[in-house]
Design a protein around this ligand. Structure first.
Ligand code: COA
Length: 167
């Protein structure tokens, strides 16, 4: 039977850090579903859900076994069940991620006991990247090209210039 895994996140926007995890996950599992969270209580997103789906599709267009890219507004565990997968992928960059990820994996298992979280350690060269840092660098006109694909850089700069907003 084919093994499908779900890779969730906010992806505001997708970065080389996420792409590192996706690339490696596509080599381990037959299919990957990328699930983009509509809202996160602690975050104010710069891109709408529709835009984040579009940008994620653009950034992952060369991967062969991405089954689908979906937005969701539900508990992650319920979504995994609905999508018939019991494998959840998360990337871990540093020890600080680990603490949060243990709690997330545990609560997800409470809700859907068959669900197992698989953690991939971020590659060293992208382990310091975060979407918030990139947005901050872009806001102050720093160079963001090392951290995300060119098309996504352009969209982010366009958005920041258009909004001229405080992130
Ligand atoms: N490399 C580099 N950066 C990475 C990364 C990697 N491998 N993986 C994540 N990041 C960054 C992201 O850019 C993001 O940065 P930011 O905080 O500066 O924006 C940060 O790490 C965390 O992002 P993300 O992976 O998107 O996780 P999240 O903490 O926003 O959680 C969900 C997203 C979807 C997993 C979570 O909100 C969720 O499960 N929501 C649904 C509701 C639910 O079921 N909650 C749990 C039960 S109560």
């Amino acid at each position: 039977m084919k093994k499908t895994a779900i890779y969730p996140g906010t992806f505001d926007p997708i970065t080389y850090g996420h792409l590192d995890i996706i690339n490696r996950a596509t080599k381990i599992f037959d299919n990957i579903i990328i699930a983009i969270s509509a809202n996160n209580l602690n975050k104010k997103n710069i891109f709408s859900l529709k835009e984040r789906i579009k940008l994620t599709k653009l950034a992952t267009k060369n991967f062969k076994n991405i089954k689908k890219i979906i937005g969701f507004n539900d508990l992650l565990a319920n979504l995994a069940k609905k999508e018939n997968t019991n494998i959840l992928i998360r990337g871990i960059r540093t020890i600080f991620d680990f603490d949060y990820e243990i709690k997330l994996a545990s609560i997800n298992k409470e809700i859907y006991p068959e669900l197992d979280s698989i953690f991939l350690l971020s590659s060293k060269k992208v382990s310091f990247i975060s979407s918030s840092f990139i947005k901050e660098i872009a806001k102050y006109k720093g160079n963001i090209t090392p951290y995300l694909p060119k098309e996504i850089c352009l969209e982010l700069l366009k958005k920041i210039n258009k909004n001229n907003r405080v992130i």
